[in-house]
Design a protein around this ligand. Structure first.
Ligand SMILES: [Zn+2]
Ligand SMILES: [Zn+2]
Length: 291
């Protein structure tokens, strides 16, 4: 018997698969737990898919999903912001094999409503929802995920960096520590202004900190869709192993200015020397129109 995907009508394999190989649509499963509004997934091209994972960060293949919406985002059409972010991502010409579109997720105010949670707890640790950013899912090594139970036991963190460094991390399949050499022989430098002689990887539970211009240099992007100019930033969303890092106060000279409404300045910076303790699973993009 031919099975067809309810979302795109493509023929799907008759063997047991949980999502459409063509569009990523999650097939219906019985006995569903209640889902949080944070769990909707979207396709790469901005077409809204009407189903969610139990937890948006978990691999969908083992997770049930709903095909009937019990919440509604403001607009049912494709998200223009997501399309724009997709256009920017395409302009970077990264290899598409690096991505897993099942975990795409837009956090703009139309897709992730103001009334929804600002923070979530994963593996007992609070992290801040990246409002205003759009995530493009990255391929995650299944062995790492299974052996280390990263979706269950590891916390969610952010790492803000330049376009080039982000590509290096994602394409190398690992974080490099300042002083390491990349495949092309280039040495990883410590960005000016950072703490000298400290060869750590820095992350944060809040994108308000990781997305700071100290970490994320702005790049200009002109959209062919809108013909407008944007400042683009990139942040990598990660799973990070508990107990392998230290937490400290901000190091960007914020002083009394509160960086994030949810995480105090004294706890916004996480640092580690353990490369293998951080697994990137999403590329977050932020575009701000240049007036
Ligand atoms: Zn499909
Ligand atoms: Zn959106």
């Amino acid at each position: 018997m031919t099975r067809r995907c309810a979302a795109c009508n493509a023929t799907t394999p008759s063997y047991d698969v949980n999502c459409c190989q063509n569009c990523g649509h999650q097939f219906h499963k019985p006995h569903l737990p209640l889902l949080s509004p944070n769990d909707k997934i979207d396709s790469f091209d901005g077409k809204s898919s009407k189903h969610r994972l139990k937890e948006h960060d978990k691999p969908s293949l083992s997770k049930p999903s709903l095909s009937n919406d019990d919440h509604n985002a403001k607009s049912s059409g494709p998200c223009q912001y997501k399309i724009l972010c997709g256009e920017y991502l395409k302009s970077l010409s990264w290899n598409e094999a690096l991505f897993d579109r099942r975990f795409n997720r837009c956090y703009c105010s139309n897709c992730y409503l103001n009334s929804w949670d600002n923070t979530l707890v994963e593996a007992g640790s609070l992290y801040v929802i990246p409002r205003g950013w759009c995530r493009f899912g990255l391929q995650v090594d299944k062995v790492r995920a299974d052996v280390d139970h990263i979706w269950r036991d590891w916390i969610v963190t952010y790492h803000g960096t330049s376009q080039e460094a982000a590509h290096s991390i994602v394409a190398h399949r690992q974080f490099l520590i300042p002083g390491d050499k990349r495949i092309d022989g280039e040495k990883i430098a410590i960005l000016p202004g950072h703490i000298k002689e400290k060869y750590h990887i820095y992350t944060s539970p809040t994108i308000a900190y990781s997305g700071n211009a100290c970490y994320c240099p702005l790049t200009r992007f002109r959209s062919k869709i809108t013909n407008k100019l944007y400042n683009a930033r990139i942040v990598i969303q990660c799973r990070q192993k508990s107990g392998t890092f230290d937490v400290q106060q901000e190091t960007i000279g914020a002083g009394n200015r509160r960086i994030c409404p949810f995480i105090p300045n004294s706890q916004v910076e996480i640092f580690t020397t353990v490369r293998a303790s951080i697994v990137p699973y999403g590329l977050l993009i932020h575009l701000a129109e240049v007036s």
